[in-house]
Design a binder for this molecule. Structure first.
Ligand SMILES: [Zn+2]
Length: 169
């Protein structure tokens, strides 16, 4: 009898902990990505701003994959980011940001559902990366309760990317 009470309590604790963070379920944004291609540049200053992202150098046109399942929230052409994608995870807790894209996958639209691993765009050097080598600028934002795509707290993607690459190997 007492054992059942413990099990019930454990179950309630598990429920209380909520869904696991989507960061823990990430797949690499680039197929066949090697650990050696990942460098933690989160805290570096780029163009006078805290970088708060990871750059992954890849040849122009390399497919970029959705790191988690979720929704394409915004396709935005910005001066610094060039062609960008703001993707929300399933629960709208985190926003995944992909920038400097050469272009979007055919048919990609705002509001569209994507599965982890779907090709959503292609590596390029649009925006303020036009003088440098093509690369994916990848960031993660923890959204506020209002879930505004342009507003969030930057989370270092590096540990999550390393774990994703290890899982994919
Ligand atoms: Zn960058």
């Amino acid at each position: 009898m007492r054992l059942w009470i413990y099990i019930a309590m454990l179950f309630l604790l598990f429920l209380g902990a909520g869904a696991p963070s989507s960061i823990l379920e990430m797949a690499p944004p680039i197929g066949g990505l090697a650990l050696a291609s990942l460098h933690d540049s989160f805290a570096e200053v780029h163009n006078g701003h805290l970088h708060e992202a990871i750059d992954i150098l890849e040849p122009r046109g390399t497919p970029v994959h959705a790191v988690v399942s979720g929704t394409i929230r915004k396709l935005f052409l910005s001066k610094p980011g060039g062609n960008t994608i703001y993707q929300f995870d399933e629960t709208g807790v985190y926003c995944y940001y992909y920038a400097h894209l050469e272009g979007y996958a055919e048919g990609l639209q705002e509001g569209m559902r994507v599965e982890r691993g779907d090709v959503i765009g292609f590596v390029g050097s649009t925006g303020n990366a036009d003088s440098g080598p093509p690369h994916l600028h990848f960031a993660i934002f923890e959204l506020s309760p209002q879930r505004l795509w342009w507003k969030g707290k930057a989370v270092n993607p590096y540990p999550g990317l390393v774990a994703a690459v290890k899982r994919a190997q």
